[in-house]
Design a protein around this ligand. Structure first.
Ligand code: PLP
Length: 412
């Protein structure tokens, strides 16, 4: 054994060569990137796909007869097919390109504004990201519908008995994230979907935090809507997806008006284009969509089982090492969680720890992680959050733990 620390068979050193940014220095120290839950890093193949688009076939899609436009259209639609296959959607037109998870959620919320009545209810979970709370509050204001919340417990898990008691025939929609970005909890979405369907409610799952770790099967889940962002799964920013069951997408009105989304326009009446174009007004992020497809290919080449096994190893190792630090408390201790560790050290503000470890080249997130209700629940201003990806190593975790120890010593 050359290394003092043993890794699984997974060849992380080789994988790291795919990510140019991982070799840079920050504050004269080797970068340790542990902010993967905010955005993932980008492998060379995805960077190449972006450069290739702008170097060789940049053109607007769908409308052109010329060669470049056809090439761009083919690549864009091939990317849609890759997304369809990855999520196992039944139809390719059930995949809508969006600018990301937030856009996807707003698209669905806007659609339900024309469906909901004042006596209807929407259920969200206490573990939501702000982007999964605000659109529903706006929808309730517009329609008069009521917002109900599935509470959480100290371990950062949803209280399913309480979900059962707030679920009723008035429930029209249930919105839960697959994995919490603040705590890493994996929610029991299979059960949630089944229970919601029993009262006739539709379910939207926010998969932004799950898709870097898990390969969801939307047909097996029988979920009505599933959303994700490319930038959390090795793709570029500004592009994401919405999966919707065909019958739901046909029921919802378009979100934005414009080019691409119409079949026929006169000043008297406009008829909308078929799916998916009905929801894709204007020129989309063509390059981003294509690079999203490349990112999905890249992750599938590594394999989601391999990723899950290795990240679990990192999570267990880091949890164990961090808990050796005196006064350190981890928030989110569910048995079912991904490689996210949110923590605080007694009497030290998370921001101060974040600032000191940055000086040592380490990127972590501090604050409320767009999930203020969770912080309120624990009665804390925020946490330090370290989130690991398959390209991180145990050596990096050692560097991080030593840096946290140093910070704790300086701040107490
Ligand atoms: C990151 C994240 C979002 C928001 O994604 P955007 O790409 O910023 O739109 C929503 N929900 C969860 C759980 C997230 O982790």
């Amino acid at each position: 054994m050359k290394n003092k620390i043993e890794h699984s068979k997974f060849d992380v050193e080789n994988i790291r060569k795919d990510f140019p940014i991982l070799s840079r220095k920050v504050n004269e120290k080797q970068l340790v990137y542990f902010d993967n839950a905010a955005t993932s890093q980008t492998p060379q193949v995805v960077i190449d796909a972006i450069v290739d688009y702008y170097s060789n076939y940049n053109a607007n899609i769908h409308r052109g007869v010329h060669t470049l436009s056809q090439e761009a259209t083919d690549k864009y639609e091939t990317a849609r097919q890759k997304i369809q296959e990855h999520f196992n959607a039944k139809e390719r037109h059930e995949i809508i390109f969006t600018s990301g998870t937030t856009h996807s959620i707003n698209l669905v919320a806007n659609g339900f504004a024309s469906i909901l009545k004042p006596e209807d209810e929407i259920i969200v979970s206490a573990l939501e990201h702000h982007s999964n709370i605000v659109p529903w509050q706006m929808l309730c204001e517009k329609t008069g519908a009521k917002l109900k919340v599935i509470p959480m417990n100290q371990s950062g898990e949803l209280v399913m008995a309480d979900f059962e008691s707030i679920l009723s025939n008035q429930t029209k929609l249930v919105f839960v994230n697959h994995i919490s970005n603040a705590l890493g909890t994996i929610n029991p979405i299979e059960t949630i979907i089944e229970m919601a369907h029993q009262v006739g409610a539709a379910v939207l799952i926010d998969g932004a935090q799950a898709c870097p770790h898990i390969k969801p099967d939307v047909q097996a889940l029988n979920v009505d809507f599933y959303v994700a962002s490319a930038h959390k799964m090795c793709g570029p920013t500004g592009v994401g997806m919405l999966y919707g069951k065909e019958e739901w997408l046909n029921k919802l009105p378009p979100y934005q008006g414009g080019g691409e989304m119409i079949a026929e326009v006169t000043f008297e009446k406009t008829t909308y284009a078929n799916l998916p174009h009905k929801f894709e007004a204007g020129t989309p992020n063509i390059c981003g969509g294509i690079a999203f497809g490349t990112a999905i290919d890249y992750m599938n080449t590594i394999g989601f089982d391999t990723i899950a096994t290795y990240e679990e190893e990192l999570l267990v190792y880091a949890t164990h090492k961090l808990l050796e630090i005196e006064g350190l408390k981890i928030y989110g201790t569910s048995k079912y969680k991904t490689s996210v560790i949110s923590f605080n050290i007694e009497n030290i503000h998370p921001y101060d720890i974040g600032t000191i470890v940055d000086k040592l080249g380490i990127a972590v997130r501090t604050g409320h992680h767009c999930a203020q209700p969770i912080m309120d629940f624990y009665n804390i201003p925020g946490t330090v959050r370290a989130s690991f990806s398959f390209y991180n190593t145990k050596e990096e975790i050692d560097t991080f733990v030593n840096a946290v120890k140093r910070a704790a010593k300086m701040l107490t």
